[in-house]
Ligand binder design. Structure first.
Ligand code: TYD
Length: 149
């Protein structure tokens, strides 16, 4: 299992290249598929919270924030969408469209979710409980945070 940077100084250094696609298991039989995710087994954190986005109107985007500590695995449980990742220097867009792949988003990364297909479901596994203090919702503040000022 990979180790990820965790202290505040190190999370400032996290880049979009630390946000990787994790292939998940898939057990297939004639009745369909099942994928199992266990904290510290196939995601590099204990899962403290699960939430999902659904009924997203066409053309809407979500996210538009960064987290200071939170680590997440984002999965297209159904349909597809794009995740724009931004570390203040580099940007990358990842398309998620298969339920047996997850995008690991490390702390200190600005993210936006967009281009949701009709009926898509965005499943998120999170390393921490919900804490508004962990959010950076202002992009300029995010850039200051990343630059360590
Ligand atoms: P937010 O994280 O801003 O949504 P998104 O990034 O998908 O656009 O959360 C939307 C609202 O839901 C906001 O009022 C906070 C609330 N919320 C919780 O109360 N608990 C949670 O675990 C999450 C993820 C959101």
């Amino acid at each position: 299992m990979m180790n990820f940077l965790n202290s505040e100084a190190e999370m400032r250094q996290n880049s979009v290249y630390d946000c990787v696609i994790l292939p998940l298991n898939k057990i297939h039989n004639r009745a369909g598929n099942i994928t199992i995710i266990e904290g510290m087994v196939n995601v590099p954190f204990d899962v403290k919270r699960v939430y999902y986005l659904y009924d997203i109107p066409g053309g809407e985007s979500r996210g538009g924030h960064a987290h200071k500590q939170l680590m997440q695995l984002i999965i297209a449980a159904s349909g597809s969408f794009d995740v724009l990742l931004d570390d203040g220097v580099n940007k990358k867009i990842v398309t998620l469209n298969r339920p047996n792949y997850g995008l690991l988003v490390v702390p200190g990364i600005w993210r936006e979710l967009m281009e949701f297909s009709s009926g898509s479901i965005c499943l998120v596994l999170a390393s921490e409980v919900y804490t508004e203090d962990d959010y950076i919702r202002d992009y300029d503040e995010f850039l200051i945070f990343k630059n360590g000022n």
